[in-house]
Design a binder for this molecule. Sequence first.
Ligand SMILES: Nc1ncnc2c1ncn2[C@@H]1O[C@H](COP(=O)(O)OP(=O)(O)OP(=O)(O)O)[C@@H](O)[C@H]1O
Length: 257
Amino acid sequence: MIRSGVAGVPAIRFEHVTRRFAAAGAETADAVLALDDVSFDIPRGAIFGILGESGAGKSTLLRMMNGLDHPTSGRVIVAGTDLAPLAKRQLIALRHRIGVVFQAFNLVGNLNVRANIALPLRLQRRRDPERVRAMAAFVGLEHRLEHHPAQLSGGEQQRVAIARALVTDPALLLCDEPTSALDTHTTAEILALLRATRAEFGTTIALVTHELEAVKAICDAAAVFERGRLQEIVEVSAGRAPRAERYLDHVRTELAR
Ligand SMILES: Nc1ncnc2c1ncn2[C@@H]1O[C@H](COP(=O)(O)OP(=O)(O)OP(=O)(O)O)[C@@H](O)[C@H]1O
């Protein structure tokens, strides 16, 4: 099993995870091998990258972390709990402890910032206006609580999405290409906010991205994927990840052929 060198008890463990999908029009259910015997740990408290080009299996892996998808074989263990035997109600309870941030922000257009941030609390039949305000302040948007998403820039919308993901104080934050729709400057701001999130709340962060720069900016380590296979775990040190750079150069050269 490939393990990261970052110290700590794993927040998530993948054990020999394989995921097959039926290809459109195929007679058998195993035509697409999205993940192939993947084993690694995401250490508690880490900012951990899941890095790879399109089709590498990153989103499939992320969906498994909150039980939205399941392995064809192998196990996904979140905070010591194997997700496979969990009933629907238990999976929903697990998801309440996991925040998710998406590339396209996914805010509700007809709700203002305050209501968007409060949404996960509402889904749990909870009210906590003070917490909502505190999260808006944490992401620097306390003065925009009455605005609607259409009145905000892309970076501001992603800040709201991060506040919304954090409002229930999750132990784990899953980020699916959170900066891919943003310019370079705004990307740096959002990455800094994710780093501040770990510093302030001790949140474990899984960052799915095809951007090596994002990994170098904030991750402690990253799992590098190619066509469903885990190639290696790379450590990031002082903003550099030479092995990942070499590896991605190789993949891009292959893809360009
Ligand atoms: N529901 C599905 N049915 C069939 N094939 C699927 C399904 N979901 C994913 N796949 C296939 O599994 C492989 C991995 O897909 P996945 O979306 O996890 O990759 P990715 O690394 O997230 O790519 P991208 O960055 O483009 O989103 C791809 O070949 C994809 O076409």
